[in-house]
Write a protein that binds this ligand. Structure first.
Ligand SMILES: CC(C)(COP(=O)(O)OP(=O)(O)OC[C@H]1O[C@@H](n2cnc3c(N)ncnc32)[C@H](O)[C@@H]1OP(=O)(O)O)[C@@H](O)C(=O)NCCC(=O)NCCS
Length: 169
C-alpha cells in the first residue's frame, strides 16, 4: 500500500527522480471547474457545484490530488464527527483510475482523521458500485449496515451499503 509522510499531504515517488511527486492539496473554489469535470465523468448522479461549495464552506476535509503536471486527477471530501469522519465523496478521473490514487487518498484521509484524534471512518456506497466496493473491502473497511433506497437511480432508488474502518488514534 502506498504510504504518505506524517502530514498526509505528499506521496514520494521513486521512479526516475525527475518528475515531481503527485501531491494532495486543500480543495479551493478555483479548483471546482476541473472537479466538476471529473464529477460529471465519474457519476451518473453527480454532485452539483453547490454541493461542493457548501462542503467547503462547512469546513469539511477536502483535498485534490494533483499529478506531476499540476493537473487535478482526483479528490475527496469528508465530514468531521465527534470520534469519526464520514467520507462523502472520493473520485478519480477515468483515465487515471487503477493507479493507486484512491488508496493514496484513503491513506491521507486516515492520516487526517488520526491527526484530529478520530478512530473511525464511515461511508456509504451504492450496492452496484463494484469498483468502490473492491476498493473499500481491500483497504480493510467492514460492511456494517444498509440504508434502503438511499440513492437516486434510473428506476427509482438504490440501497447504500454502510462501511466502517476503525483504527487506533
Ligand atoms: C472507486 C474509485 C475511486 C477507485 O479509484 P482508483 O484510483 O482507480 O483506485 P486504486 O487504483 O487506488 O485501486 C485500489 C483498489 O480498488 C479496487 N479497484 C479499483 N478499481 C477497480 C476496478 N476497476 N475493478 C476492480 N477493483 C478495482 C482494487 O482492489 C484496487 O486495488 P488493486 O489495483 O491492487 O487490485 C474510482 O474507480 C472512481 O473514481 N470511481 C467513480 C467514483 C466512485 O464511484 N467513487 C466512490 C463512491 S462511494
Amino acid at each position: 500500500m502506498t504510504r504518505l509522510n506524517s502530514n498526509g499531504m505528499r506521496h514520494g515517488q521513486a521512479d526516475t527522480g525527475l518528475r515531481l511527486a503527485p501531491e494532495l492539496a486543500p480543495m479551493r473554489l478555483m479548483d471546482l471547474d476541473r472537479v466538476m469535470d471529473i464529477e460529471a465523468q465519474t457519476y451518473e448522479f453527480p454532485w452539483t457545484r453547490g454541493n461542493f461549495v457548501d462542503s467547503l464552506a462547512d469546513g469539511h476535509l477536502a483535498r485534490v490530488l494533483r499529478d506531476a503536471d499540476g493537473q487535478i486527477q482526483g479528490y475527496f471530501l469528508a465530514m468531521y464527527g465527534v470520534d469519526e469522519m464520514h467520507l462523502l465523496n472520493i473520485s478519480v478521473a477515468p483515465e487515471q483510475q487503477r493507479r493507486g490514487w484512491a488508496r493514496l487518498m484513503l491513506d491521507a484521509l486516515v492520516a487526517g482523521a488520526r491527526a484530529e484524534g478520530k478512530t473511525q471512518i464511515w461511508l456509504e456506497v451504492r450496492r452496484s458500485n463494484a469498483r468502490a466496493l473492491q476498493l473499500y473491502q481491500h483497504y480493510g473497511f467492514k460492511e456494517v449496515g444498509l440504508r434502503r433506497a438511499y440513492y437516486p437511480a434510473r428506476d427509482g432508488r438504490e440501497d447504500a451499503l454502510l462501511f466502517s474502518l476503525e483504527f487506533k488514534p
